[in-house]
Design a protein around this ligand. Structure first.
Ligand SMILES: Cc1cc2nc3c(=O)[nH]c(=O)nc-3n(C[C@H](O)[C@H](O)[C@H](O)COP(=O)(O)OP(=O)(O)OC[C@H]3O[C@@H](n4cnc5c(N)ncnc54)[C@H](O)[C@@H]3O)c2cc1C
Length: 438
């Protein structure tokens, strides 16, 4: 933490620190046969394989990953494991009110089903993590700090919505002095016009964890169940159908299957499934470990001013995500493909981030930014909600489109996808329909 200027480091996500050496699976060679082929080895792809195997243990499944497990949004995320959808549960309730205009009872019932579905998924992920390393998550529960009146209103609406659904996750609104005394850190005017946080929302639910580690645990589980995974195997075009079978061509070889599931989120919106999922670019960067600002908080403390969100991890590193995306587009895209986000050779982006960081954390003006990276995520054309979509073809599904809140959903939606693929449906119709665009 010395020197005149912020230094910019590796384009690799900070999550790789402290993770063990990774043994990637061999690429696909030649022709292989399977009942189901899954394209994409992020949270969605691995979870779909997991849930399919739980439904039918004898099913042979192949997962194809273009790079390595964790290369996509899952491994590049900020590691906030939260329930609900982007923007909370309030937008989902607004949609349900439009769908069932004269039936408040049904709105409440389906709203509660949706919220519980995402909470159950969080519990499943928590259990997976605990089963693999037996240690506590980095942070349990969350404290969300509002820095604008608009955001404060959204948080208040969320509390009312949870109350209406009668779901208690220990939500508590803190105001004025209660917020300030809960936090030793006085915010800079940039994040609060009067030098105070306007309001904070505490929840017992949600946790923070290293998403690369969680994904590798999931990979271990999936392998134990007998799924074949091929890494460094990129699918090169949309699966085609020949004589009732699906043919998936890759850089290495091909897979012939009865059914395919596309789990590439925003990456292949052009080649698989058409424009069903819109890609978005998001960047993140992390500092060297710094003295804790929110000390004594064993919860996920995060601040969102509508554009940039950030949190300080237990190891002291401050992780920033979001940003003025227009500024960053050029740095992120190359020949239409998403690139790692290397700030080192990019003075315009360096200046922007440096200025922003110093405004928010003047006490850390000389901090080193050790990691900067980016990823693509997808938003579904399903009024912005995640989607499980049956393709025109009877033997394929696309799953994805979680926007910025996909770590839990990418484990939950695959449960529905697995059931659809196996011709089953254990969830209520209304819940499943919510995720099926018209
Ligand atoms: C920077 C960033 C920060 C985020 N922060 C959070 C957060 O804190 N909390 C949260 O809940 N959500 C967050 N999200 C969103 C969340 O990460 C995603 O919604 C979720 O991880 C999507 O999972 P996925 O498996 O569908 O997609 P991905 O993890 O992107 O997996 C798709 C996989 O498909 C592979 N692939 C692509 N094309 C091909 C091909 N042609 N052939 C074979 N494989 C292919 C990719 O390499 C990739 O591994 C963030 C996203 C980003 C980008």
């Amino acid at each position: 933490m010395a020197g005149d200027s912020v230094q910019f480091g590796s384009p690799v996500p900070v999550w790789y620190i402290g993770t063990s050496d990774y043994g990637a699976e061999h690429p696909l060679e030649g022709r292989k046969y399977a009942r189901v082929v899954i394209i994409g080895g992020g949270g969605t792809g691995l979870s779909t394989a997991y849930h399919l195997k739980k439904l039918e243990p004898s099913l042979d499944i192949i997962v194809l990953e273009a790079e390595e497990i964790g290369n996509g949004a899952t491994g590049r995320s900020t590691g906030f494991y939260l329930e609900g959808f982007e923007g909370g549960i309030t937008p989902a309730l607004a949609r349900l009110k439009r769908e069932y205009p004269n039936d408040p009872k049904r709105v409440k019932e389906v709203g509660a089903q949706l919220l519980r579905f995402t909470l159950d998924t969080l519990s499943d992920l928590d259990a997976l993590i605990m089963a693999h390393n037996g240690t506590e998550n980095e942070a349990k529960g969350s404290l969300q700090l509002a820095t604008t009146p608009h955001f404060a209103r959204l948080l208040e609406d969320e509390v009312l919505a949870y109350e209406g659904l009668e779901i208690d996750v220990g939500q508590k609104i803190l105001r004025g002095n209660a917020v300030q005394s809960a936090l030793p850190y006085s915010p800079h005017p940039l994040i609060s016009s009067n030098g105070e946080y306007l309001l904070a929302l505490h929840e017992d639910s949600g946790f923070g964890y290293n998403p690369i580690k969680a994904l590798r645990f999931l990979k271990e589980e999936v392998k134990k169940l007998g799924v074949s995974i091929y890494e460094h195997t990129k699918v090169t075009k949309s699966p085609s159908e020949q004589s009732g079978k699906v043919v998936v061509k890759t850089t290495g070889g091909e897979v012939i299957a009865d059914y395919f599931i596309s789990a590439t989120d925003g990456y292949t919106s052009g080649i698989i499934g058409g424009p069903l999922i819109t890609p978005y670019k998001e960047f993140v960067f992390a500092t060297e470990p710094l003295p804790l600002l929110f000390s004594g908080q064993n919860q996920l403390v995060w601040v969102d001013n509508g554009t940039v969100y950030f949190r300080q991890m237990a190891n002291g590193r401050i992780v920033f995500g979001g940003g003025h995306k227009d500024n960053l587009d050029e740095a992120l895209l190359h020949n239409g493909e998403m690139q790692s986000f290397n700030l080192e050779n990019n003075p315009i982006q360096q200046e922007y981030i440096q200025k922003y960081f110093r405004q928010v954390f003047p006490q850390y003006r000389d901090a080193r930014i050790t990691h900067s990276w980016a990823g693509i995520m997808g938003a579904a054309r399903n009024e912005g909600f995640p989607a499980v979509i049956r393709m025109v073809s009877p033997c394929g599904l696309v799953v994805g489109g979680y926007s910025g809140q996909g770590l839990a959903l990418s484990h939950g939606l695959p449960k529905i996808a697995a059931q659809i693929a196996m011709g089953r449906q254990d969830f209520p119709n209304e819940l499943v329909n919510f995720f099926r665009p018209n």
